[in-house]
Ligand binder design. Structure first.
Ligand code: ADP
Length: 772
C-alpha cells in the first residue's frame, strides 16, 4: 500500500517541527538583529564622539588662533572618516572659519538604512581652551551620514536571517529522515505485513516486528496486533467450522425434505386417486340412493293412493248400519291399514335421510298448540288406566322457528310409544324452554327399557326385547327416525329408563324464538282440585292457576268441610257423588273418554262439565272464565270439531274415490263441501261464492292445481284465501313447489282424518265456523 508523501506521518511530523523551528528561529534572529541594531546605533554615536574628542583640542587651538588654514587641514582630516560628509568650524561670532563636505553615498538599500538610523546626524562640539573653559571659542560641527553603518547592519541582519532559514531547512530534512527511519518505515512495513496477511489460509504466521523496534511502541503494537489477530483467527476458524457443519446439515435436511416430498407426492397421488375413486363411489351411491328414494317415493305413492281409498272406504263403511261383528271386522281392517300407512311413511322418511333429501322448514309455529293437538289426537290410544297430561310451561314462547311437521313427528313418535308401552299410571308430555333450547319431554310409568337395550333401540328395526312386536306391535323405526330428526335440527334425543318402572325421553332442540311468551290474562277467584298429589292434572293446575292470578288449593281426599271456592276440578269420578253432597259449586270432571259418566249420572251431579284428558290450556281458560257455572252442560265438548262446524270448503279433486273419501271426512266434521273436478271448474265456482278454504289436488286434467292456484293468487279478492295442496307425490321438493306457488299448506295423500283436522284448524279463519 503506497502512502503519498504529504500523508505520511514522518512528513507531517517533520513539517510541524520545521514550522515550529522556523518560527522560533525567526523570532530568535529578530531578537539578535534588534540587539545588533541597538549596538550599531550606539556605535555611530560612540565613534563620532571619539572623533570629536580627538579633534577637540586642535580645533579649539585653531579657533583660538583663528587659523583658517589649519582649520581647513583639520577638517579635511575629519572628512577622511567614512561616515563624516561635512565638517565646519564656526567661530564664536558665528562665522564659518572653515568648512569641508562631500556627497553622501547613494544606494538602493539606503531607504532601509535611513528608515532604521535616519539619513544623517549632526554633532556639535563647543570649543574652548582648558585654561578658560568658560570662554566659548566657537563650535566644531560634524554632519554624519548613517548609511555606512546601516549598510553594515543590513548585510549582517540579512546574513543572520538567511542562516536561520538554512538551519531550519537543514533541521527539517534531518528530522524528516530521522522520523522516516524511526517511525514511518517500521509502520509501513507493519502495514505491508498486515495487508499481505491472508486470514483464510491455514498457515498464519504472526506479524514480524521491524528490527530494532522490539521494545518500543511499535513492538508493543505488533504484540497486541498479533494477539488480536490470533483471537480473530480462532473465531474465524470456529465460524468456519460451524458454517461447514451448517452446510452439511442443510445438505442432509435438503435430502430428507426431497425424500419426504417425494413420499408425500406419492401419497398425495394415491390420495387423489382414492379421492377420485371415493367421489365416483359416492356419486354412484348418491345416484343409487336417489334412485332408491325416488323409487320408494313412487312406490309409496302408488301404494298410498289405493290404501287411502281403502281406508276412506272402510271409515265410511263403518259409519253405516252394521252388526257388531261387521263393525269389529272393519275396525281391524282400518287399524291394519293405518299400521301399513305408518310403516310406509316411516320407511319413506328413513329413505329420505339416507338419500340426504330431508329438507327442514324454518317457519314460525306454535309448539304448545302443536303438543296439545298431538296429545289430544293420540289420547284415544291411552289405556284406560293411564292419565295423559300436557304440562306446558307458561314461559314457553308463543311461536318458535322450525319445521312444525317434523316436530309433530317427534312428539307423535315419542308419545305414541309412551302410550303404547304404558298400561297403568301416567304419561306426561312436558314442553319447556331451557337455556335457549326447547325441551320436549315424555315421561311414562310403562314397562321401561333394560340398561343393555338403551342404545340398541335407536337402530332401525330394532326393539328393546324379542317379544315386543308380538305383544305391542311396532316396526322399530320410530326412535331411529326421531333421533335422526333431532340431529337434523342440531338437537339431541336423550333417554333415561328403568325396567318395569318407566321411561323418560327428552328431545332438546335449539329452535330460535319467533314470538316470546304472551302475558297471561289475570283472573280473580279460587279453585279447589280433588285429585291425587302426583297426578298430572294436579301438576298442571299448580303450574297454571297461580300464574293466572287464581287462588288454588288441592287435596287427594275429600275434605271434611269444603273450602269456599268458585270452581271444583276433579279427576276421580268415584268421589263425585260424595263431593256433590257437600257442595253445589260448579264442577269439572277431567277424565278419559272411557271414564265419562252417563247422561243420567251427570245430570244428577249438575252443575257438571265433563272434559276429556288431556286438559288443554284453551279449555282450561274458557272454563275458568266462566268460573261460576249455573247451567250444567252435559254434552262432551268436541274440541276438534267445534271450529270446523259449518266451514265452507271447496274440494278440487278429479279422482272419484279420493273425492268420496275427502268429502266424507269433511261432512263428518260438520263442514259444508262443494266439489270441483278441476282447476277451471274451481275458478268458476269461486267467482260465484267465496269458500272459507280450498283443498286443491295438484294433478288434474284441463287445469291442474298449480295453475289454478296461480290464477287465484293473481286476483286480489282471493289473496288471503287459504289453499291446501292435496298431492300424492311424497317427495320433499313437492311441498316447496306448492308453497312457492302460493298455497298455504300441504296434505300428502292419503291423509289421515287427524291430519285433515289439524290442517283445517290451522288455516280456517277463526270466525268461519261460528258465524254460520
Ligand atoms: P316401535 O315401532 O317398535 O315402537 P321405536 O323405534 O319407536 O319402534 O322403538 C324401539 C323400541 O324401543 C321399542 O320396540 C321398545 O322396545 C322401546 N321403547 C321405545 N319407547 C319406549 C317406552 N316409552 N317405553 C318402553 N320401551 C320403549
Amino acid at each position: 500500500m503506497v502512502i503519498p508523501l504529504s500523508n505520511r506521518l514522518s512528513y507531517k511530523q517533520a513539517r510541524l517541527t520545521v514550522v515550529v523551528a522556523f518560527i522560533l528561529g525567526t523570532l530568535l534572529s529578530l531578537v539578535q538583529v534588534s540587539i545588533d541594531y541597538a549596538n550599531e546605533d550606539a556605535s555611530i554615536n560612540r565613534e563620532i564622539h571619539a572623533l570629536q574628542q580627538i579633534s577637540h583640542n586642535p580645533a579649539a587651538r585653531i579657533a583660538y588662533n583663528i587659523d583658517s588654514e589649519l582649520a581647513q587641514e583639520l577638517l579635511l582630516g575629519l572628512l577622511q572618516s567614512p561616515s563624516v560628509i561635512r565638517a565646519e568650524i564656526i567661530d564664536s561670532s558665528g562665522g564659518t572659519l572653515a568648512s569641508v563636505s562631500r556627497p553622501r553615498i547613494d544606494s538602493r538599500y539606503r531607504v532601509f538604512s535611513d528608515f532604521l538610523f535616519r539619513d544623517s546626524r549632526i554633532f556639535e562640539d563647543p570649543l574652548f581652551v582648558s585654561h578658560a573653559p568658560d570662554e566659548p571659542l566657537g563650535v566644531l560641527r560634524l554632519e554624519v551620514d548613517t548609511y555606512p553603518y546601516g549598510a553594515t547592519f543590513l548585510s549582517r541582519a540579512a546574513l543572520t536571517m538567511v542562516s536561520g532559514f538554512v538551519r531550519s531547512l537543514l533541521l527539517s530534512i534531518l528530522l524528516l529522515v530521522l522520523f522516516y527511519y524511526t517511525l514511518t518505515k517500521p509502520l509501513v512495513s507493519l502495514i505491508h505485513a498486515l495487508s499481505e496477511r491472508d486470514e483464510k489460509s491455514s498457515k498464519r504466521t504472526p506479524v514480524a516486528c521491524p528490527s530494532g523496534h522490539e521494545k518500543d511502541e511499535i513492538g508493543v503494537l505488533v504484540t497486541v496486533t498479533n494477539h488480536q489477530l490470533e483471537s480473530v483467527s480462532k473465531e474465524v476458524d470456529q465460524r468456519r467450522e460451524a458454517e461447514n457443519r451448517l452446510t452439511e446439515y442443510l445438505g442432509e435436511l435438503e435430502n430428507i425434505v426431497s425424500a419426504r416430498t417425494a413420499e408425500l407426492k406419492a401419497a398425495n397421488n394415491r390420495l387423489l386417486q382414492s379421492n377420485a375413486d371415493l367421489d365416483q363411489a359416492r356419486e354412484q351411491a348418491l345416484h343409487t340412493a336417489q334412485l332408491r328414494s325416488a323409487f320408494l317415493a313412487n312406490m309409496s305413492h302408488e301404494i298410498r293412493t289405493p290404501l287411502n281409498g281403502l281406508l276412506g272406504m272402510v271409515a265410511l263403511a263403518s259409519d253405516g248400519p252394521l252388526n257388531d261383528e261387521q263393525r269389529e271386522q272393519l275396525s281391524v281392517a282400518r287399524e291394519s291399514g293405518k299400521v301399513l300407512m305408518d310403516l310406509l311413511n316411516d320407511i319413506l322418511d328413513l329413505s329420505k335421510f339416507e338419500a340426504g333429501e330431508l329438507q327442514l322448514e324454518n317457519i314460525p309455529f306454535d309448539l304448545a298448540s302443536l303438543g296439545e293437538e298431538c296429545a289430544t289426537l293420540l289420547s284415544q290410544n291411552a289405556a284406560s288406566g293411564v292419565e295423559l297430561s300436557c304440562l306446558i310451561s307458561p314461559q314457553l314462547p308463543t311461536q318458535l322457528l322450525g319445521d312444525p311437521t317434523r316436530v309433530r313427528q317427534i312428539i307423535n313418535n315419542l308419545l305414541s310409544n309412551a302410550l303404547k308401552f304404558t298400561r297403568q299410571g301416567q304419561v306426561t308430555l312436558e314442553l319447556r324452554m331451557n337455556a335457549r333450547q326447547v325441551e320436549i319431554e315424555l315421561c311414562d310409568t310403562g314397562i321401561g327399557i333394560a340398561e343393555d337395550a338403551m342404545q340398541r333401540i335407536f337402530q332401525p328395526f330394532v326393539q328393546a326385547a324379542p317379544g315386543i312386536t308380538r305383544q305391542y306391535g311396532g316396526t322399530g323405526l320410530g326412535l331411529a327416525l326421531t333421533r335422526r330428526l333431532c340431529e337434523a335440527m342440531h338437537g339431541e334425543l336423550l333417554v333415561q329408563s328403568t325396567l318395569h318402572q318407566g321411561s323418560r325421553f327428552c328431545a332438546r332442540l335449539p329452535l330460535p324464538v319467533h314470538t316470546p311468551a304472551a302475558a297471561l290474562p289475570q283472573l280473580q277467584g279460587s279453585v279447589f282440585a280433588l285429585c291425587p298429589d302426583s297426578s298430572g292434572l294436579q301438576r298442571q293446575l299448580s303450574l297454571w292457576l297461580p300464574a293466572l292470578g287464581l287462588r288454588y288449593e288441592h287435596s287427594a281426599h275429600l275434605p271434611e268441610s269444603m273450602p269456599d271456592c268458585d270452581l271444583l276440578i276433579c279427576n276421580t269420578p268415584e268421589q263425585l257423588v260424595a263431593l256433590r253432597e257437600k257442595t253445589s259449586t260448579p264442577l269439572i270432571l277431567v277424565s278419559s273418554y272411557g271414564h265419562f259418566l252417563s247422561q243420567t249420572a251427570s245430570s244428577t251431579l249438575a252443575p257438571l262439565q265433563q272434559i276429556a284428558q288431556p286438559l288443554t290450556r284453551q279449555t282450561l281458560l274458557s272454563q275458568l272464565r266462566e268460573h261460576v257455572l249455573h247451567q250444567p252442560r252435559l254434552q262432551v265438548v268436541n274440541e276438534q270439531q267445534a271450529p270446523l262446524q259449518h266451514a265452507d270448503i271447496l274440494l278440487v279433486e278429479d279422482n272419484p274415490v279420493n273425492q268420496m273419501v275427502a268429502k266424507g271426512m269433511l261432512l263428518k266434521l260438520g263442514c259444508r263441501v262443494s266439489l270441483a273436478e278441476n282447476g277451471e271448474e274451481a275458478l268458476q265456482q269461486l267467482a260465484q261464492q267465496r269458500p272459507d278454504l280450498i283443498l286443491m289436488d295438484c294433478n288434474m286434467p284441463i287445469m291442474d292445481g298449480y295453475e289454478a292456484t296461480l290464477r287465484i293468487r293473481q286476483d286480489s279478492r282471493w289473496a288471503d284465501l287459504p289453499i291446501i295442496a292435496l298431492t300424492a307425490n311424497a317427495l320433499a321438493d313437492e311441498r316447496e313447489r306448492c308453497l312457492q306457488l302460493g298455497m298455504n299448506d300441504y296434505l300428502a295423500k292419503p291423509f289421515r282424518r287427524e291430519d285433515l283436522i289439524s290442517t283445517l284448524r290451522r288455516w280456517l279463519p277463526p270466525t268461519s265456523g261460528n258465524q254460520a
